[in-house]
Design a protein around this ligand. Structure first.
Ligand SMILES: [Ca+2]
Ligand SMILES: [Ca+2]
Length: 357
């Protein structure tokens, strides 16, 4: 009895055991081509698997074949892919194998693939990038003496307008301290508003961009970074200095009679011209007292701008000169540093008019 049970159990066991063979084939298919440079897809699932089984009685009588379409449907179902999106399979490979049992065999087809989904690609219009404007003035690395300098640049064909950015410092890498509104197409200059608040001795930089029309022409790159230094007076003076700029006869600063003034020779190139007009003929006395350690010189010119007095070098003392003047005629006073100057110390200038002398 025990032997009979043993035989029955062995047969049942053998019915459900067998061996498996595989072809080892992994043919890769040339499926949908994806251009990786265009970023028009995203990976949905890696290594998705689908399977289809056939059936052969006694290993040779086919009852059902393994089917590729069934394996693919199985893959889609297991990967959870819907019909609503544009999916595609990449890196597809098949494997055929067979599971052999005593009474039947199970041919098997396995499909593996990576699943991607196409995404919308924003289509940007093709446009021509405008060339950058060239800065014209003020000259790069130059000096300006007004808080509202005018920037100018070269015109760019087909520009719809321009935008200007102002930066603190000599480069254009930080956030701008001022950005203009878009200027009209025929504008090639921009007056920096006083509200920007230039500080004397500080350097500022600027750039300009030509604006496109948004369709056929695109914005230009920003122009080269051009910087300039703002000084409240010319000739390198960093502080307010009486009458500046007064470095020529034409820019001579008017002085009244019987008054005393202080001013500076504040750079090696600073020289100061003053202009005095007497209300009557007589004499004027001019006194110039330099800083204690400076050798400033005093010169006086007549109304024809001919020199009528020049103090001598070598002393650090007050220079005094009395000159005769004619009613209504201008006389000029010139103070020079003779290569010495001071941004801190002032000289004193006194003008006394003696009418009728
Ligand atoms: Ca001066
Ligand atoms: Ca001067």
């Amino acid at each position: 009895m025990k032997r009979k049970y043993f035989i029955i159990c062995t047969l049942i066991f053998l019915l459900f055991i067998g061996c498996s063979t595989g072809t080892g084939r992994y043919p890769t298919r040339a499926g949908t081509q994806v251009d990786l440079s265009r970023k028009n897809y995203r990976m949905v699932k890696v290594n998705a698997i689908g399977v289809s089984y056939g059936f052969r009685l006694l290993g040779i009588i086919p009852f059902a074949s393994r089917r590729h379409t069934e394996a693919m449907s199985d893959l889609y179902e297991k990967a959870g892919l819907s019909d609503e999106k544009a999916f595609a399979l990449i890196n597809v490979a098949d494997e055929e194998s067979t599971i052999y049992l005593i009474l039947f065999s199970l041919p098997k087809l396995t499909v593996r693939a990576d699943v991607i989904e196409f995404i919308d690609e924003v289509t940007k219009p093709e446009c021509t990038v405008l060339p950058s404007p060239n800065s014209l003035s003020p000259s790069c690395d130059g000096i300006v003496s007004t808080t509202t300098p005018t920037l100018s640049w070269s015109s760019v064909d087909n520009a719809s307008g321009y935008v200007v950015k102002i930066f603190s410092g000599s480069n254009c890498s930080e956030a701008p301290i001022h950005t203009s509104t878009q200027l009209s197409a025929n504008t090639t200059s921009y007056v920096i508003p006083n509200s920007v608040g230039f500080q004397s001795g500080q350097t500022y930089a600027w750039q300009v961009q030509a604006k496109g029309n948004g369709t056929t022409y695109c914005d230009s790159n920003w122009s080269n970074c051009c910087s300039f230094t703002f000084r409240s007076v010319s000739r390198g003076c960093t502080d307010e200095d009486l009458g500046e700029p007064n470095n020529s006869f034409d820019s001579a600063y008017p002085l009244g009679c019987n008054s005393s003034y202080t001013a500076k020779i504040c750079s090696s190139t600073d020289e100061d011209y003053y202009r005095v007009v007497s209300s009557a003929s007589g004499t004027i006395t001019v006194k110039m007292t330099p800083p204690t350690d400076k050798n400033y010189e005093l010169q006086i010119y007549n109304s024809s701008q001919q020199q009528i007095y020049s103090s001598q070098r070598g002393t650090y003392v007050q220079k005094v000169r009395i000159v005769s003047v004619t009613e209504g005629k201008p006389y000029y006073i010139r103070v020079i540093g003779d290569s010495s100057f001071s941004t801190a110390s002032t000289y004193n200038l006194e003008v006394v008019c003696s009418i009728g002398d």
